[in-house]
Write a protein that binds this ligand. Structure first.
Ligand code: 5GP
Ligand code: ZN
Length: 140
């Protein structure tokens, strides 16, 4: 596996501002927050991405992120909404190769947002959606 900054944090070898810990996961403040209150939910088990993340552990990460999101909303931090975000793979923006779920408080004009690709405004035909849905369905 080599060195992993999140494994080091979970082992107590590197510092982090901890929000929540249980047997399966931990949540701590992102060192470079998009907005104040940006938390990362991280499994204790080193999994790189969705392909090697046990589904029940993924469910636990989501439950934890939900709980933390609700706590952020009640915390007095600026939070009119929340994004849960997971980058799986470099092409998707994953920088740390230990799966993690971002919990990001959002508010009007916070400056964060998704950038859409050229051609996004052209809606695909139903036939094209049907072909693509079939490709995915076959692999479930
Ligand atoms: P990714 O792009 O992989 O989805 O997100 C990685 C996140 O980890 C980034 O938001 C980055 O700021 C955060 N991060 C990187 N190194 C550290 C660290 O050493 N400690 C903490 N708390 N967060 C980190
Ligand atoms: Zn790790």
């Amino acid at each position: 596996m080599g060195s992993c900054i999140f494994c080091d944090i979970l082992a107590g070898k590197s510092p982090a501002s901890m929000v929540y810990e249980d047997d399966l996961c931990a949540a701590f403040m992102d060192i470079h927050p998009i907005t104040p209150g940006h938390v990362l939910v991280v499994p204790r088990q080193h999994c790189e991405g969705l392909a090697d993340l046990p589904p029940e552990l993924g469910a636990h990460l989501f439950q934890t992120a939900q709980k933390i999101g609700l706590a952020i909303a009640r915390s007095g931090l600026r939070c009119q909404g929340l994004n849960l975000f997971l980058a799986d793979g470099k092409a998707a923006g994953q920088q740390v190769a230990h799966v993690h779920l971002h919990v990001i408080p959002r508010f009007e004009r916070d400056g964060f947002g998704l950038k859409f690709p050229p051609g996004y405004d052209n809606l695909p035909e139903r036939a094209e959606l049907d072909i693509i849905s079939q490709k995915i369905r076959r692999r479930l």
